[in-house]
Design a binder for this molecule. Sequence first.
Ligand code: NDP
Ligand code: PYC
Length: 335
Amino acid sequence: MTECLSLDEVHHLALSVLTHHGLSSAHAEAIAQVITSAQRDECHSHGVYRLLGCVRSLRQGKVDPSATPSVRHLSAGVVEVDAHYGYSLLSFQTGLPLLVEKARSQGLAAMAIKRCFHFSALWPEVEAIAAAGLVGIAMNPSHSWVAPAGGSKPVFGTNPLAFAWPRPNGNPFVFDFATSAIARGDIELHARQGLAIPDHWAIDVDGQPTTDANAALKGAMQTFGGHKGSALAAMIELLAGALIGDLTSAESMAFDDGVGAAPCHGELLLAFDPKVFLGDSYEQGLQRAEGLFEAITGQGARLPSQRRFEARERSLKSGVQIPKVLLADIRALLS
Ligand code: NDP
Ligand code: PYC
C-alpha cells in the first residue's frame, strides 16, 4: 500500500520534520534536497526513510543541529571542510565551489570533509562535480558492520565509492555502490517489511550465512566480490579515515558508544579537470569515452545509474510512491 506524493510535497515533508527537530534552516534545506532527490530517483534506502535515522540521531544529542562548516585551504589542490559535528551535506555544499576552483587551476583537487555525521548516498555529490564539467570520485567509511573477506567479525563500514564522468550530452556516467554486498539501509528496509534477504549479504552472530534481515543486522555484513570488495573497503578506511585524520568505521562505532546515531567520520572527494589533462585533445577525449559507453549499451548491457535516471524522469512527471506505513512513521515525527 503506497501513497503518491509530488516532489514538492516530499521536500516540504522532509523540511518540516527536520526543522521540527531543531535543525537550522541551512542544514534542513541541504538534507531535504538530497533526501528528495534520492526518493525521486527511487533510491529507497536513502530517500525519506533516512528521516527516521536523522531524527533519531538528533534526539541522541550527538549531532550539532546548527553547526557552521569552516574551510581551511591545506594546499593549492587540497581543501578541508570541518563540519564541527553537524551533518555532512551542508559542508559538501560549502566546499564544492572551492573544490571546483582548485581542480580547474591544478587539474586535480581533493576535498576532505571532517567531523561530520553522514547518512546520505554519494551520487548527488559526484553528479554535482560532473555538472561542473569535472570527473568526480567520493568515498567515506561508516560504522563497522562489515566483516573482511575470510573473517567473521565486523571491521569495515559499508563504505560507499562513487564516480561520475561528465558527458557532452545528457546525464553523466555515474556509479555509486557500497563496498558491502548491499547498503545496510536496504537490509533495514527488508527487516521493516519482514522480507528475507539473499544469503550472501550477511552472516549471523554465529558466523553462518543468513536470510533473516534482523539476524544479519546483529551479525556481520559481507563485502561485495569477496576479497576485492574487502580491499576496496580497506582503501576507503585508509583514504577517507587515516589519511585525512578522521575516524575509521571501527572508531566511528566506538565514538557512537552504543547510542545508535548516524556514523560520524570524514569523507574524501576528488575532482579531475579533463580540460587540464587533455588540453587540445579535450573534445576527442570525451568522444573516446562516448565510444566506451556505446560499446556497453550497444550490446544491450546497461550503464550504472540508467535505472535511476529513468526513475527520475518518471518521478518528475508523476511524483513518487511511498509506502503508507513509512509515511505514517515519518508524519508521526511531526507531533
Ligand atoms: P546498488 O547495488 O543498488 O547499486 C550500485 C550501483 O550499481 C548503482 O550505480 C547502480 O545503478 C548500479 N547497478 C545496479 N545494477 C546494475 C546493472 N545491472 N548494470 C549496471 N549497473 C548497475 O547500491 P548499494 O546498495 O551498494 O548502495 C546504495 C546506496 O547506498 C549508494 O547510493 C551509496 O552511496 C549509499 N550508501 C551510503 C553509505 C554512507 O555511508 N553514506 C554507506 C553505504 C551505502 P542504478 O542506481 O541505476 O541501479
Ligand atoms: O546504507 O549502509 C548504509 C549506510 C550507512 C550510512 C548511511 N547509509
